[in-house]
Design a protein around this ligand. Structure first.
Ligand code: ZN
Length: 645
């Protein structure tokens, strides 16, 4: 229905001979809002109560919606009208926000190959189709290679060191396959703990080899991804050239906060340099420990094993011990008080019809008691609910004609639900997850922007969108904030400070090695997409080079990591893997500014809200960041919080 109506309206907009903001852009946004609002509800309900009815409703519509948006992004006439506005006198009179919306649209069309000659457009489409097929094939190969192998243990002695849950799972698998003994697979939940716990070194080595050569010429050749990798790299480079960029890295960065490949490389190099001495120290700690287990030279298949042993020795506490201190009621009210102090907002629970009895609905009021938004909170795991945690837009803030709408968010988690009359207790990880999603929520809900395309998290660069969420995580490591959220299940006492201190040191355990590993992947990714080479071994040679330059743990020659690097060859992370670290730097930098005053200072809270949270995508994040901090981001705070300084 809405799609039909929108299509009719869009036809009229296409043929608008004198397009301007009011009669064209705003109308187009209205169409988008109407459809997004309807679709976000179906999409959300399908995710949280996957009933047969909803599923079929979803499946009936998802193809239509995808087709609708893809046609929209390929609509030449709309593109020409945007161009007309950009070239008109009116453009300069528009607000900076509206100018940005138009520029963003034009950039989107450019990246979508619109405006190319007919011939080039054909090539563009062909490349796109091929790339999409190659990505699927890449992913399929990993899946098939993963499923194609299993480790069947017959001798009970080979299970030494493994925890019961892992052994039980392995037994179940063997029974299913009608095999004797125990079966371990290359799926991460089976593979990773095996490498952490298995005492038998030879088995770890074999298993590691199977895992790290998946989808390569060293495994079953049927699933080798080498050709796919080379083809993907070639096509991405051609695509970049076709739409006027030097390389694919530039294409990726066109819509990101980071301004150039060199900026990204400098950033990663700096991080590597700082993290390296700590990684060397982490490695030395492992070496000292290795002797206990008769290991003379640490190999790639020993690292997780030794780390786990060392971790256990240093931090002798369990998640369950921590969990007794975080009752839901305390955590929620602590979180609400925190944002009340920082931003002056009040959060009030309201009665509302929801999709499940556990779901709560809240209203947010500003300082002067005006309602500014709402959110649904769906905390607990249950059957037919998609796993993970996320924030989603239900309704975004906008103003069309004279109608203003307040934003509404969905906050979804999958924590273990309370049993019986007992309230739920959270692990510290769960508290962090809650804060993280709440940070996304605040970004969506505290927006002042009423131009729909850039209100809340809309129009925010991809490598900056995690700033508000990761920023919130920092509070979970602040004793001043956390202590009031703790109360022991039985004794009703606060968490002892020394237990919290242990939690902090455990957080930074081996952060040198971990940081360096992430930097290695990110550097490899960006360099791989900066220069194209027709040499079919280039992608492996480059990896070796990057590793020689920065890595502390050098994997064996047989390691074929790129053949499994789905993020960049099948996901959307090509020349974008650095975003993880980038966002961490931003959020740590912002948090350190809070620390300068007092993390609970309303003054600094207001500044952050005014310069970052409320601005949405109305201006580049770098501008918002500089408006808040008075300078560009620096890596120092992240290093400090990660124990690397
Ligand atoms: Zn997030």
């Amino acid at each position: 229905m809405i799609i039909k109506e929108n299509k009719k309206n869009i036809k009229q907009l296409e043929n608008n001979p004198t397009p301007n903001w009011d009669n064209f852009v705003s109308k187009l946004e209205e169409c988008d809002e109407k459809l997004s609002r309807a679709w976000s509800q179906i999409n959300h309900l399908n995710a949280v109560i996957n009933s047969p009815d909803l599923r079929s409703e979803y499946n009936n519509n998802v193809t239509k919606i995808t087709k609708y948006y893809s046609e929209l992004s390929q609509n030449e006439k709309l593109f020409l009208n945007f161009k007309k506005i950009k070239q008109s006198k009116e453009f300069k009179k528009l607000s900076a926000t509206r100018q940005k919306i138009i520029n963003d649209e034009l950039l989107g069309f450019k990246l979508g190959g619109i405006g190319l000659s007919e011939n080039k457009k054909k090539i563009f489409k062909k490349i796109k189709v091929s790339l999409s097929k190659l990505s699927s094939k890449f992913e399929e190969n990993i899946l098939d290679a993963t499923n194609n192998y299993y480790l069947n243990i017959i001798d009970k002695n080979d299970l030494l060191g493994l925890p019961d849950f892992l052994i039980n799972d392995a037994k179940k698998r063997a029974v299913e396959k009608k095999k004797s003994g125990w079966i371990f697979t290359l799926d991460y939940p089976s593979y990773f703990p095996f490498m952490q716990y298995a005492d038998n070194r030879k088995l770890r080595e074999n298993f590691y080899h199977a895992y790290s050569t998946r989808a390569s010429e060293l495994g079953d050749k049927k699933f080798d991804n080498k050709k796919n990798i080379n083809e993907i790299l070639k096509l991405k480079h051609q695509l970049a050239k076709l739409i006027g960029y030097k390389n694919y890295s530039e294409v990726s960065l066109a819509t990101k906060m980071a301004s150039s490949s060199n900026e990204v490389i400098n950033f990663l190099d700096k991080l590597a340099k700082k993290a390296r001495p700590y990684a060397v120290k982490d490695m030395n700690d492992l070496k000292k420990h290795a002797q206990k287990y008769g290991i003379k030279k640490i190999e790639a298949w020993d690292v997780s094993f030794l780390s786990e042993k060392l971790r256990n020795e240093i931090f002798n506490f369990k998640d369950s011990e921590i969990k007794q201190f975080f009752p839901r009621k305390k955590v929620m009210s602590g979180l609400f008080q925190l944002v009340h102090k920082l931003y002056g907002i009040s959060i009030i629970k309201k009665k509302a019809d929801t999709w499940h009895k556990d779901v709560e609905f809240y209203e947010i009021k500003d300082k002067v008691k005006n309602v500014i938004g709402y959110f649904y909170l769906d905390l607990f795991a249950r059957e037919n609910k998609r796993g993970g945690a996320w924030m989603d837009e239900c309704i975004s803030k906008y103003k069309f004609n004279d109608e203003i709408s307040n934003p509404i968010a969905y906050l979804t988690c999958n924590f273990s639900s309370p049993s019986g009359n007992k309230d739920a207790y959270f692990t510290h990880d769960e508290v962090i997850t809650l804060f993280h999603e709440f940070g996304h929520g605040l970004h969506h809900l505290l927006t002042d922007i009423t131009d729909y395309s850039v209100s809340g998290i809309r129009g925010v660069e991809w490598d900056a969108v995690e700033l508000p969420s990761q920023f919130m995580e920092n509070f979970c490591w602040d004793w001043q904030v956390i202590k009031s959220m703790t109360e022991h299940e039985h004794t009703k006492k606060q968490m002892p400070k020394n237990l919290f201190d242990k939690l902090i040191s455990a957080k930074n355990f081996q952060s040198g090695l971990q940081t360096l590993r992430q930097v290695e992947f990110a550097l490899y990714d960006i360099k791989l997409h900066m220069k194209y080479s027709s040499n079919h071994n280039y992608y492996m040679n480059l990896l070796h080079k990057v590793r020689r330059e920065i890595a502390v743990v050098i994997p064996p020659k047989s390691n074929r990591f790129p053949n499994n690097f789905s993020h960049i060859f099948a996901g959307g992370y090509a020349a974008g893997y650095f975003s993880y670290k980038w966002a961490e730097v931003l959020s740590a930098d912002v948090y350190s500014e809070f620390e300068k005053y007092n993390v609970l200072s309303p003054k600094i809270g207001a500044k952050f809200k005014n310069e970052v949270l409320s601005r949405g995508g109305s201006r580049p994040m770098m501008k918002s960041f500089i408006a808040f901090l008075g300078r560009k981001p620096k890596i120092d705070s992240l290093l400090k919080y990660s124990g690397l300084s």
